[in-house]
Write a protein that binds this ligand. Structure first.
Ligand code: KIV
Length: 298
């Protein structure tokens, strides 16, 4: 019996299906790249869902691109849950991943489990992500044992920015590359369903992706990963404080938005806005009656 050619997973059926961690696994098996973007609000999540994204990460990058902090370190569980709730109201089909903020999973495995649970129970997420390698295994095992899918994150881990000496590429030395590879194996054994590889050499990321059974999602890690993720504010050209070298800008929303704001200000000042079509009408007879009533009160 001949096997039918492998169809892309999104076209297996005309009815769109919810993406799950199993879909991630199937996509890896079939060599189909996984698309992931970050979102932090209802409208963006809705647009991404309509565009057909596989997965939305509510990243703690929101601390920098939405809340204006210098790093992701000040982001709290309350911040994350607030934004995750908005995203889960906007997106139905993508796998929704909530990023565990700094200090929500480092203190103890029990505390990590309690916080991970809140992402699913209170905020409508399907999975959580946390940063780090061998030092996180206890927390990952406990979270996974409670039925909560965990995505790992290796390489440039922004919550360790001070330890890493800045937002800089990792794994460029053979020994550092070996450490990342070992950690990737450990995370897989601990039960992670996927691992983000951030800002590591493309060769290393490709090698790790080939060695692992679970999908890798790269950001600044080359084309050999099983999927890609970008921070949406970077790829839309919205965040202009700095743009990492690995970001491709798919739009220039900062300048486009600024142009729109300038035009609005100009039209308010010149009274070109609002025009008749933006205003509420009142029937002449009602206006006449109103004027009569006002006059009789005088
Ligand atoms: O917080 C985030 O957006 C992330 C991605 C960069 C992977 O962790």
């Amino acid at each position: 019996m001949s096997t039918p050619p492998t169809a892309p997973l999104h076209s297996l059926s005309s009815a769109r299906k919810k993406i799950t961690t199993h879909t991630f696994q199937q996509k890896k098996k079939q060599g189909e790249p996984i698309s992931v973007l970050t979102a932090y609000d209802y409208s963006t999540a809705q647009i991404m869902d309509q565009a057909g994204i596989d997965s939305i990460l509510v990243g703690d990058s929101l601390g920098m691109v939405v809340l204006g902090y210098e790093t992701t370190l000040p982001v709290t569980m309350d911040d994350m849950l607030h934004h995750c709730k908005a995203v889960s109201r906007g997106a139905k089909y993508p796998l929704l991943i909530g990023d565990m903020p700094f200090m929500s999973y480092q203190i103890s495995a029990q505390e990590a489990l309690r916080n991970a649970g809140r992402f699913l129970q209170e905020a409508g997420m399907d999975a959580v992500k946390l940063e780090g390698g061998k030092e996180r295994l206890d927390a990952i095992r406990l979270i996974v044992s409670a039925g909560i899918p965990v995505m790992g994150h290796l390489g440039l881990t922004p919550q360790s920015v001070h330890q890493l000496g800045g937002f800089r590429a990792q794994g460029k030395l053979a020994s550092a590359g070996q450490q990342i590879l070992d950690d990737a194996h450990r995370l897989q054994e601990a039960g992670c369903f996927s691992i983000v590889l951030e800002s590591i050499p493309a060769k290393l990321a490709t090698y790790i992706s080939e060695q692992l059974d679970i999908p890798t999602i790269g950001i600044g890690a080359g084309a050999g990963c099983d999927g890609q993720v970008l921070v949406t504010h970077d790829m839309l050209g919205l965040f202009d404080r700095f743009t990492p070298r690995f970001v491709k800008k798919y739009a220039e929303l900062h300048s486009n938005t600024q142009d729109a704001f300038s035009k609005y200000i100009e039209e308010v000042e010149s009274r070109a806005f609002p025009a008749k079509e933006h205003s509420v009408e009142m029937k002449e007879e009602e206006w006449d009656a109103f004027q009569l009533a006002v006059k009789s009160d005088e």
